[in-house]
Design a binder for this molecule. Structure first.
Ligand SMILES: NC(=O)C1=CN([C@@H]2O[C@H](COP(=O)(O)OP(=O)(O)OC[C@H]3O[C@@H](n4cnc5c(N)ncnc54)[C@H](O)[C@@H]3O)[C@@H](O)[C@H]2O)[C@@H](O)CC1
Ligand SMILES: Nc1ncnc2c1ncn2[C@@H]1O[C@H](COP(=O)(O)OP(=O)(O)O)[C@@H](O)[C@H]1O
Ligand SMILES: [K+]
Length: 468
């Protein structure tokens, strides 16, 4: 079962890794024409009703196949000129019949035996607006056989097509049932595994945009326990968390290091801890434990933090404690070991299958860092490629922990935050490399984080629109 957002994620990742989505549109359109001919036979009179997104493009490609053995009319509900994106222009080029405007809709429906609904797909949000709403009502009262492409247009809202058949791609979409979608036929359109199981710009779609009316603290609160031995690591993690959009970051550190850490920025707060952890630290939505803690930490305090936290990212030295902590289920936990830390904490070789096994048996998300990051929740295995060898400098792991915990502090689930965090970290490094070659610093990487978000947030407008 695919949610609309997961579907759009795959779409965005496919475009980023493979470039041309049009090949998939060709496969989608062909799949629809095959199903229509399998179900109804040839020689039909078919009316294809198109919106002006890619769902409409699928409809036009289907028409270009169906016209070979059927009588086909195509309606562009917003007029032919609305088919203006590059993909839609290419779809139109495949079709050598006329494309009519909305004024021909009534006649087209009246004369046909089958209506193909290519109005809205997974890019839709909310109730269909005009002219789609009226078209949907007409299709539903037409008494004709109706085939929806990918999803019934308007699915989930009060104005939705009620088809006899839905030809859906890759997997059934969230919310589809036999009742609202008719017979559901799933067709593979050749999406490679990597578009699904590789972190990419599509993961931006799950970034929680601040609501316009929100107030301080609603968009991320993070407690960072770190810098007890190496103060710089806490500075890097806290600054990265702020760059990722966390509202309030507070660093809990030793009495000696507190002023040092504070002197590096006035944007986060710093507090020193003694023998016990202040209660307020657990009021943050997420906890990051580890950057710069050093090996000689107080095990009692660290165990207490882990047991009390509900959402926590564990990095570096405290990872050693993990096997001794018992059941972590019920919490959202991300662990971010590099290869040798993984060996130490698990007693296993740092390979993807073992990361998956560890994640499953401990109920955590594992981010196994390296030239290629492995991200797994024990059920699915993802990877994040990219980055460059300058990332072996000190601090890039602290930065990653800061990014992932900031995203969790904003409400992202552990696995989603880990996918986006790894992608942002490697992309920041690659952006710095474009500008400075291999001679960039971790500060440069933190500085690049907002630009990385901007560069890849194109698809995320869907989410921000939804949020508003
Ligand atoms: N997932 C994939 O990899 C592929 C997806 N394809 C098709 O592309 C579809 C998604 O395409 P798009 O993302 O272009 O989106 P859609 O074609 O679903 O529609 C989005 C368009 O409708 C408008 N819109 C959104 N909500 C609306 C509302 N409530 N009332 C009126 N207009 C509204 C938007 O402004 C946008 O122009 C899929 O459902 C599928 O049919 C295929 O072309 C090929 C591959
Ligand atoms: N050779 C490499 N090529 C590309 N990225 C790397 C390489 N080595 C490490 N990284 C990246 O640097 C970050 C920190 O990883 P690592 O150096 O293994 O952890 P740590 O900083 O905890 O020692 C991760 O985002 C990882 O993806
Ligand atoms: K549709």
């Amino acid at each position: 079962m695919l949610s609309y957002l997961e579907s759009a994620r795959i779409d965005a990742n496919y475009r980023y890794f493979y470039g041309d989505l049009f090949r998939l549109m060709l496969n989608a359109g062909r799949a629809v024409s095959e199903v229509v001919e399998e179900e109804f036979g040839k020689g039909q009179r078919i009316c294809v009703v198109c919106g002006s997104g890619n769902n409409g493009g699928d409809g036009i490609v289907a028409a270009s196949e169906l016209i070979k053995s059927n009588s086909v009319s195509v309606i562009a509900l917003r007029g032919r000129e609305s088919l203006s994106t590059d993909m839609l222009k290419r779809a139109v080029e495949t079709y050598n019949g006329p494309i009519e405007g909305p004024e021909m809709l009534d006649q087209c429906i009246a004369n046909c035996t089958i209506v193909i609904d290519a109005i809205l797909g997974v890019g839709a949000h909310g109730t269909p607006r005009e002219p789609y709403a009226s078209a949907i009502r007409k299709i539903n009262t037409s008494g004709k056989a109706v085939v929806s492409i990918d999803v019934p247009s308007g699915l989930g809202s009060e104005i939705a097509v009620r088809p006899h058949i839905t030809v859906t791609f890759t997997d059934v979409k969230e919310g589809m049932t036999g009742e609202n979608s008719g017979k559901i036929v799933v067709r593979d359109i050749g999406i490679p595994r990597d578009a699904v199981y590789r972190a990419g710009p599509g993961d931006m779609l799950f970034y929680p945009y601040p609501e316009p009316g929100s107030h301080k603290g609603m968009n991320g609160t993070l407690s960072v326990f770190g810098g007890w031995s190496y103060y710089g690591s806490a500075v890097i993690a806290a600054r990265a968390a702020l760059a990722a959009g966390c509202d309030l970051v507070k660093v809990y550190t030793t009495r000696e290091n507190a002023p040092l850490i504070a002197s590096h920025s006035f944007e986060y707060m710093v507090s020193s801890i003694g023998d016990s952890v202040p209660e307020e630290a657990f009021r943050s939505r997420c906890i990051l434990l580890g950057p710069g803690l050093g090996r000689d930490f107080d095990r009692r305090i660290v165990s207490q933090i882990i047991m009390r936290a509900q959402r926590i990212v564990l990095d570096a030295d405290p990872l050693r404690l993990l096997p001794h902590l018992g059941d972590l289920s019920g919490k959202e936990v991300v662990v971010t070991p590099h290869a040798s830390e993984f060996r130490d904490m698990s007693g296993m070789d740092p390979v993807p299958e073992n990361a998956m096994e560890f994640a499953k048996s401990h109920g955590v998300v594992v981010v196994l860092k390296g030239e290629e990051d492995i991200i797994t929740d024990g059920n699915s295995l993802y990877r994040c490629t990219g980055g460059n060898p300058r990332m072996t400098m000190g601090g890039t792991g602290d930065m990653l922990a800061g990014l992932i915990s900031a995203l969790m502090s904003k409400g992202m689930p552990a696995l989603r935050a880990s996918l986006l965090g790894t992608f942002i970290n490697k992309s920041a490094a690659d952006m710095c490399m474009e500008r400075k070659g291999l001679w960039y610093s971790v500060s440069d990487m933190i500085g690049a984080v907002p630009e990385v978000f901007l560069r890849y947030s194109d698809g995320a407008k869907i989410n921000s629109f939804r949020a508003h």
